[in-house]
Design a protein around this ligand. Structure first.
Ligand SMILES: Cc1cc2nc3c(=O)[nH]c(=O)nc-3n(C[C@H](O)[C@H](O)[C@H](O)COP(=O)(O)OP(=O)(O)OC[C@H]3O[C@@H](n4cnc5c(N)ncnc54)[C@H](O)[C@@H]3O)c2cc1C
Ligand code: SF4
Length: 576
């Protein structure tokens, strides 16, 4: 597929719609509103990475890491992995055209109905039938499916054997992966998955159904203009009621880069839980009247990554990448199997344990993480591909998801987004997950390693890759930041409690008022699809979600490829 992005130099000053961020929520909005004939601009802070350009060696992976803490910022502002170190909890999110979809495992699950029956949601969400339609559309476009050969993979068999400790048999969860070559709904040809296991390092085959290969490709096909290296700082209302969007370039020297101001009657924030909350918090600090609930109800979705080291039998859960680093091995997609623990009486006790794969680019660093004096061994093993044969062939990686109390709070601290959640590590979910994972690891003959980086700069805080909330839905501005359609409540004087800012929307993970208990991508996509159906009614727009026809635009049609695409990624790695 050709590159989709353009240089910000080519941006016009005014659009019908500006979409901020290009993950699941932003991608849905861009595709649907472009289909409705709107002139759409997408502003994404990260860069475009084309299939084949994802990191496959450790030095490349290192350059794809940006880490921000209270007194720390390292790594390029457009690095794919964006780690926020917090005093109470760390958060990992994706950065790039396609957002988290570029580096996630693609597990696509629908939450238990009891999640939406919780009265924390505005009633309409479960009542008007459009959520079900949102899920249908999300499934059609992301085409999640279970690996038909999941049970053949060593890691699935290892989970099945270890799961007997809990009396559970794993199932193959749906993942956003094309197991057969196909032309997807956006008209993009995708090869079949090679089962290389590198989904969380970025798919160099083009088989993962990312937002870039689906919704964003569709948006570009329908005329949306996609700009990378465009970090939105804040939004403000103009005297004529339209919105100004204040943008800082991330491909120039940050502080020195002049701010760009674009304008549109409709602005859709899809910058993710952290991004959209930060933009709204900064906009409020600059005078936009928003709900007092802004920043509240942050949830980590009861999510952890943990490991089992020293199992007796092989697990084969280190990716081999593409082109493959070793021949004759099939790993499976990043997640092939999951154990489901349901609880009919108490939703909060439910959990999902998935067997995960570490991307191949991380292989050389594993000895350093798991073995005392592992640095030397790491050098040796990276020479002889030992990670695929020695103790690391028996390393188990787990992704686990459950429920927490969503009592974190995002705040602006000296203009930097910060998470405040003093009781986070004592949330009951972590003890529950530790007990289940320890039992599984013990059954496999290994030791449970909750956090191999504990004691380093990572400390002992929990970490999540599923941040939710901050601009949660509510019935009115006293209990939420947006309404059930994603419209932002207006807290200006004299405005009614359900009044909204005309034309300002949030459609990403930030709008979730609680944990989902399953991996969130499908719900975020479905709720964004639902918001677009409501927007269509409110603005009398017409669009469908039929498969796109005909070839995609060529790079020549799009103008020069933005310097943020593959060539620039290479320049960052090798400045010479
Ligand atoms: C390693 C990993 C594995 C995961 N595995 C799974 C999984 O298997 N299943 C699942 O359901 N979920 C998984 N997740 C979580 C999932 O990817 C996220 O929940 C999802 O991507 C969030 O979607 P979103 O639309 O809210 O925002 P995002 O996908 O985070 O997209 C937001 C976009 O906005 C951009 N942005 C942010 N701030 C600004 C700004 N100021 N200006 C312009 N652009 C901005 C970001 O760069 C990003 O591209 C995983 C996450 C990670 C990191
Ligand atoms: S297993 Fe490999 S080929 Fe398949 S989706 Fe994941 S990264 Fe792509």
């Amino acid at each position: 597929m050709p590159g989709l992005s353009r240089s910000l130099d080519r941006a016009k000053q005014r659009y019908d719609v500006i979409v901020v961020g290009s993950g699941y929520g932003g991608g849905v909005a861009a595709s649907r509103l472009a289909r409705a004939g709107k002139r759409v601009a997408v502003l994404e802070r990260g860069r475009e990475v084309l299939t084949g350009g994802f990191p496959s060696r450790f030095p490349d992976m290192k350059n794809e890491l940006q880490v921000t803490g209270k007194r720390l910022h390292t790594g390029p502002a457009s690095a794919l992995y964006d780690v926020r170190l917090g005093e109470d909890m760390h958060v990992l999110v994706g950065c790039g055209l396609g957002g988290g979809s570029l580096i996630n495992a693609g597990v696509a699950l629908k939450p238990d109905d009891r999640v939406f029956a919780d009265e924390v949601w505005p009633g309409q969400i479960a009542q008007d039938g459009l959520l079900a339609e949102g899920f249908r559309r999300a499934q059609r476009w992301l085409n999640a499916q279970s690996d038909p050969r999941a049970a053949e993979h060593t890691k699935f068999k290892a989970l099945a054997a270890a799961g007997s400790a809990l009396g559970r048999t794993p199932v193959a969860p749906p993942v956003t992966v094309s197991f057969e070559a196909n032309v997807n709904r956006a008209g993009v040809a995708q090869p079949a998955c090679t089962r290389c296991g590198d989904c969380c390092g970025g798919c160099n085959v083009g088989a993962k159904n990312t937002v870039a290969l689906t919704y964003l490709a569709d948006a570009a096909r329908h005329g949306a203009e996609l700009f990378t290296h465009a970090a939105v700082r804040h939004v403000a209302k103009s005297a004529d009621g339209t919105w100004t969007v204040h943008v800082r370039r991330t491909d120039r020297d940050g502080a020195a880069a002049p701010e760009l101001v674009l304008n549109a009657p409709i602005v859709v924030l899809g910058a993710g839980t952290l991004g959209s909350s930060e933009i709204l918090l900064r906009s409020r600090a600059l005078g936009l009247a928003l709900s007092d609930r802004l920043g509240e109800r942050f949830s980590a979705n009861g999510d952890i990554i943990a490991f089992g080291y020293g199992a007796t039998d092989p697990v084969d859960a280190i990716g081999i990448g593409y082109p493959p680093k070793i021949a004759g091995v099939e790993i499976g997609a990043a997640v092939s199997g999951q154990i489901e623990i349901d609880d009919e009486r108490d939703l909060s006790q439910e959990l999902r344990v998935q067997e995960g794969v570490l991307p191949s680019a991380l292989a050389p660093v594993l000895p350093v993480l798991f073995i005392p004096n592992g640095r030397l061994l790491g050098a040796l093993q990276s020479l002889i591909s030992g990670v695929y044969k020695g103790p690391f062939s028996r390393l188990q990686t787990f992704f686990a998801v459950s429920h927490d109390n969503a009592s974190g709070r995002l705040v602006l601290d000296d203009d930097r987004l910060s998470l405040v959640w003093p009781g986070a590590k004592d949330e009951p979910v972590y003890a529950r997950l530790d007990a289940v994972l320890s039992a599984i690891v013990q059954q496999a003959g290994g030791s449970y390693v909750k956090n191999p980086l504990a004691g380093s700069v990572m400390g002992h805080q929990p970490a999540t890759a599923h941040p939710l909330g901050g601009a949660g839905m509510g019935r009115e501005r006293g209990d939420g930041v947006v309404n059930h359609k994603g419209q932002v409540f207006d807290a200006g004087p004299g405005r009614g409690s359900t009044a909204v800012h005309e034309g300002l929307y949030v459609v990403d993970g930030a709008v979730m008022p609680r944990s989902l208990g399953v991996n969130p991508l499908l719900t975020i996509t479905a709720i964004a699809e639902r918001a677009m159906l409501h927007m269509a009614q409110d603005y009398r727009l017409a669009f469908n979600d039929a498969p796109a026809q005909g070839p995609l635009a060529t790079p020549a049609d799009l103008g020069p490829c933005h310097p943020g695409s593959r060539s620039e990624a290479e320049a960052i790695r090798d400045p010479a």
